[in-house]
Design a binder for this molecule. Structure first.
Ligand code: 1CP
Length: 352
């Protein structure tokens, strides 16, 4: 009896609104999920994380499974995003780093030289058995709901490695890019291989789509993005393309480079809220899009939030496929009830 159940669930996932939209196929309703839907805006998340550090929680399959499922249960979103962090693969291969509460990822010895890059090992599945276990368990628990795996794109991960922590200007990272092209190329090549291997582990264990987060790519000029960053993200997306799962490519403040991000080979391009979705669709020409309600609209009166959601839905009809999302992650002080109302509204207003 086990085999037919598994097959039915796999068929239902393949036929889900989320994966249909990512492939540009007709959908019963516009699928919706929220970047950072698991995490600090949920009281059940805060409770389960009490006394467990962020990185430890990412390495415990029971916690990863529960935290990933929490927003699916609460909101009824069309996809789960795997609970982890973009620096987790670095931790797993032995880079000395921590996620400091209220700060973010902090790296003990920032990367500056070719020797620093050479000291970073490649990632193999043996480094991350807990990822394989967590994804396998989750796919079993999720039934017909697809699981999105994710990784950081080379530029965004490089920023943490070079700066040593969160940064607004990414000045040291860009200085390395401008001034030490050999170190830059070696570092970006190394991170691209790590992100690819990390995504391959998630897909092999059953993730049915992936998102490549290049959150800080909007800090670059078009020319620098095209010459110094795009080729490495293209390598990651190309490698994952061979697995057959849809690929989403997202960054913040990327209006000026959205067309280039589309050229990196993703099936779906994430649009942040600063660009109107209509403009975003025109810029990525012919690709599916994800987005892009301003994440602060959850703090507006509900009717205002829903009116703006309707505008996003209407604009999304011009794309071959549209996945509704916020234009960046859920803000921690967000009222979960607003996200529940938003999810229900997207489903009802877009039902065809
Ligand atoms: O203790 C805590 O709760 C720490 C907060 C936290 C959480 C809940 C961090 C630290 N990471 C995460 C989980 C996480 N990170 C997820 C899974 C949850 C979900 O989406 O539902 C994901 C997808 C990420 C990805 C991530 N981490 C990105 C890309 C997405 C984005 O928001 O742009 C980035 C840039 C990071 C780095 C990071 N990790 C944590 C923080 C606070 C940050 C940002 C720090 C900065 O401003 O540079």
């Amino acid at each position: 009896m086990q085999a037919p159940t598994t097959t039915n669930a796999a068929d239902a996932v393949r036929d889900s609104a989320f994966l249909r939209a990512a492939r540009g196929e007709p959908v019963p309703h516009t699928p919706v999920w929220f970047m950072r839907q698991a995490g600090r805006s949920l009281p059940e998340y805060l409770r389960i994380r009490e006394g467990v550090s962020m990185l430890d929680s990412c390495m415990q399959p029971d916690l990863v499974t529960e935290i990933t499922l929490q927003p699916v249960r609460r909101y009824g979103v069309d996809a789960a995003i795997f609970f982890s962090d973009i620096v987790l693969p670095l931790k797993a291969i032995g880079v000395d780093l921590d996620i400091v509460p209220g700060v973010g990822p902090v790296v003990a010895s920032p990367v500056r030289t070719l020797a620093d890059v050479a000291a970073i090992p490649d990632l193999t599945p043996e480094h991350v058995p807990f990822i394989t276990e967590s994804v396998t368990r989750l796919v079993g628990e999720l039934g017909s709901t697809p699981l999105i795996g994710f990784a950081g794109a080379p530029f965004t991960v490089a920023s943490y490695l070079v700066e040593g922590g969160p940064s607004k200007e990414h000045a040291k990272t860009k200085a390395l890019m401008f001034g030490a092209p050999d170190v830059w190329a070696a570092l970006m090549t190394k991170i691209a291989a790590i992100s690819t291997a990390y995504l391959e582990v998630q897909v092999a264990a059953g993730a049915s789509a992936i998102q490549l987060f290049d959150s800080w790519a909007g800090a670059l000029t078009r020319a620098d993005y095209q010459a110094q960053v795009l080729p490495y993200s293209t390598d990651v997306l190309g490698a994952i393309g061979r697995t057959g799962v849809p690929r989403i490519h997202f960054g913040v403040g990327t209006g000026e480079i959205l067309d280039l991000m589309g050229q990196a080979g993703a099936d779906v391009v994430g649009v942040d809220w600063r660009v109107s979705l209509a403009d975003g669709i025109a810029r990525v020409g012919g690709r599916c899009v994800q987005g892009n309600l301003d994440p602060t609209l959850v703090f507006a009166p509900t009717e205002v939030m829903l009116e703006r959601a309707d505008q996003v839905l209407a604009a999304g009809r011009a794309a071959p496929g549209h996945i509704f999302n916020l234009g960046h992650g859920v803000i921690p002080s967000t009222d979960p009830d607003q996200l529940k109302r938003l999810t229900d509204h997207v489903h009802e207003a877009s039902a065809r």
